[in-house]
Design a binder for this molecule. Structure first.
Ligand code: NAD
Ligand code: ZN
Length: 619
């Protein structure tokens, strides 16, 4: 969206509906062109006022073809949207509607209970009879069950009901927020993708993409009086306690009789309302763009804007996500942009309201002047010795290690400008060395003390390993790896050894040993400094008849297939999703096509029934 959007009042009804459809499509694909609040409170509301019975208002807004598979699933009961509230007044009005019906039913009003749960911001789905499906148009969804075999975690079993596919908020913030503008965007992209991106493969392996049924969410219970006066406070509480991204809270009436009486429209349940977070938006002007080089060499744009107050804070910098985004939206100096700040500390660019000068993507890295090149949507500094990369890598080490103070950006900048650019050298510095670089006498002793502290104060070995910032070895994966192999032995690690560990796939198993070997000189030098490293208890390798075997499960089975696969992994097997030359065993459930079996047999794969398989592993 680079053109100014017409005000709702100036649009004909037809234009308004077309615009709502466009905005909905953009929102579903993860690239909203306006803020939710603007969509709901201005454009949708204008249509509601003009034509309360317009078909667009009387149906669930479809996810259209954002995720479209060729297998459709008819929902047993419709999957609806929610009615929305943004303010306490709107919630109080809802409470009064509930109380009115309760009165009619002669229910004692002080016993009416409401449940508040976090409103997960992902992709709505339903898991029923082993089939996972999207909401679709509410009646007909898309079968996305195959994502379970690709690593999607399902909480609550194969009949968990309605919920949301989400990614862990912390994981997204730590690993993906510099590449993807929004966690919902990442999730919808992954669920619909025919081929997973490396980031998606990693997230699936890290088990952070999950289907979470609404019944398993943290909740607050309250009565009508509390809800009419303190809704914002209670909603804020459930939202902050949730480990997934949220865009508000959902309030439900608990009483079944009350629910039945209040009923539903084609769009939402009248007994339920969503309190949406009003991500406050504002329009400001781009005065300049600062390009910052990170640890991996990615150069990200920060928009310097005319200072503006948003949700109580003065904002003069806004993240522009990545170079591709700047190019696509054509963000140049003088552009008027809409920005949003909802919970996050750093406000985000939402849309260009009015174009300015043409967007310029720099040809060189501003930190080291080396050439910068576009790789997919990212601008990347091609120089390995780039000062910005070196500084960011050192910073990463101290931040992840977490048991050292004083080694922040300013200290590191001074070290690097004095050509102290690697960790072992930093650890060799004496107070006199620091003083020679311009640190004060007291500060120099403190720096030495902190380095000493970081070696003597115990720290988990996986934290230490993750601190080196090796690609594919974040905290979670480092921990998985170190549960099986000792840190000191990682220089001899092979791809095959990696593949034996549950949770590492082909790509990472191949890449990790190579990166470890490359980084080994520094790691071993650091190990020689005698950090006080703590190890998890090693897991015993379980020996079973299927240990080390490549197995595929197919057909419908009594136990959820995901559970069968998980169990096989625990017993040391490598679970594949389809048969290939490596496959040693094909476990067949009901309704398996003859072709599949023939193919497996022609490849020399052992084909066995679920019953025989279960007998085999229980031996
Ligand atoms: N910014 C834009 O351009 C744009 C465009 C279209 C839609 N939207 C936003 O999306 C809304 C419509 O989308 P929608 O129909 O998917 O609604 P929604 O996503 O805002 O909320 C409804 C959904 O919330 C889910 N949900 C999450 N947590 C829940 C919980 N704890 N309990 C129960 N349900 C829970 C349900 O599956 C339900 O379908 C609009 O009102 C607007 O805010 C924005
Ligand atoms: Zn550089």
């Amino acid at each position: 969206m680079s053109q100014a959007i017409k005000p709702a009042a100036d649009m004909t009804t037809k234009e308004l509906v077309t615009f709502l459809q466009e905005a909905n499509q953009a929102y579903r694909s993860g690239e909203p062109i306006i803020a939710d609040e603007t969509y709901d409170q201005i454009y949708l509301k204008t249509l509601q006022q003009r034509e309360p019975n317009h078909p667009f208002l009387n149906a669930v807004e479809p996810e259209s073809d954002v995720v479209s598979t060729n297998k459709k699933v008819r929902h047993e009961t419709p999957m609806l949207s929610t009615d929305k509230a943004y303010t306490q007044e709107e919630i109080t009005a809802y409470v009064n509607r509930v109380l009115k019906i309760a009165e009619k039913l002669k229910l004692p009003l002080d016993t009416i209970q409401f449940r508040i749960t976090p409103k997960l911001d992902g992709m709505a789905a339903r898991y029923s009879n082993d089939i996972l499906a999207t909401r679709g148009n509410g009646q007909l969804g898309n079968d996305i069950t195959r994502n379970i075999a690709r690593g999607l975690q399902t909480l609550g079993g194969a009949n968990a009901g309605t919920g949301e596919i989400v990614i862990s908020k912390r994981y997204f913030d730590d690993n993906l927020s510099d590449q993807f503008s929004h966690p919902r965007n990442f999730v919808t992209g992954l669920i619909g993708a025919d081929n997973l991106s490396p980031e998606a493969v990693e997230a699936m392996q890290d088990k952070v993409v999950r289907f979470v049924p609404y019944t398993l969410l943290n909740q607050e219970l309250c009565n009508a009086n509390t809800l009419s006066t303190r809704a914002e406070e209670l909603c804020a509480k459930v939202e902050s306690e949730c480990e997934y991204p949220v865009d508000g809270s959902v309030i439900d009436v608990m009483d079944e009789q009350l629910r039945a009486e209040m009923g539903s429209t084609n769009h939402h349940h009248n007994w339920q309302i969503a309190k949406k977070l009003a991500g406050e938006t504002a329009t400001t002007t781009v005065e300049g763009i600062t390009w910052q080089t990170g640890r991996t060499g990615r150069i990200t744009p920060v928009l310097n804007v005319t200072t503006i107050n948003l949700s109580g804070a003065d904002i003069s910098n806004v993240t522009g996500h990545n170079a591709g985004n700047i190019r696509n939206l054509n963000v140049g100096i003088g552009a008027q942009i809409e920005i949003v700040r909802s919970g996050e500390v750093i406000p985000k660019l939402l849309a260009v309201v009015k174009e300015g000068e043409e967007a310029v993507i720099p040809a060189t890295c501003s930190a080291c002047d080396a050439p910068a090149e576009m790789e997919r949507d990212f601008l990347v500094c091609q120089n390995n010795e780039c000062v910005a990369k070196v500084e960011a890598r050192l910073q990463h080490f101290f931040t992840i290690l977490g048991n050292i103070d004083l080694f922040g950006p300013r200290t590191i900048e001074i070290l690097v400008s004095n050509n102290v650019v690697d960790l072992p050298t930093i650890y060799k510095q004496t107070a006199a060395d620091f003083e020679a670089m311009g640190f004060g006498a007291k500060q120099s002793t403190n720096l030495v003390e902190q380095l000493e502290r970081s070696r003597s104060e115990p720290v988990e070995d996986w934290r230490f390993l993750a601190a080196f910032g090796i690609h594919h070895l974040g905290r979670g994966d480092s921990r998985k790896l170190l549960r099986v192999h000792k840190l000191e032995t990682l220089n001899t690690l092979t791809k095959d050894q990696m593949l034996e560990i549950v949770g590492f796939g082909e790509i990472t198993a191949e890449a990790i040993p190579i990166s470890l070997a490359k980084n080994w000189p520094v790691i071993s030098e650091m190990l020689a400094l005698n950090f006080t490293l703590l190890s998890d208890e090693p897991v015993e390798a379980i020996e079973s008849p299927i240990t080390g075997k490549h197995i595929v499960f197919t057909g419908s089975m009594e136990l959820p297939r995901g559970d069968m696969q998980e169990q096989a992994r625990k017993l040391g097997a490598t679970v594949q999703t389809s048969v290939n030359k490596k496959t040693e065993m094909l476990v067949i459930g009901d309704k398996v096509g003859a072709k599949k079996i023939e193919k497996a047999e022609s490849l020399g794969t052992q084909v066995i029934t679920v019953a025989d398989y279960l007998a085999l592993i229980s031996d």
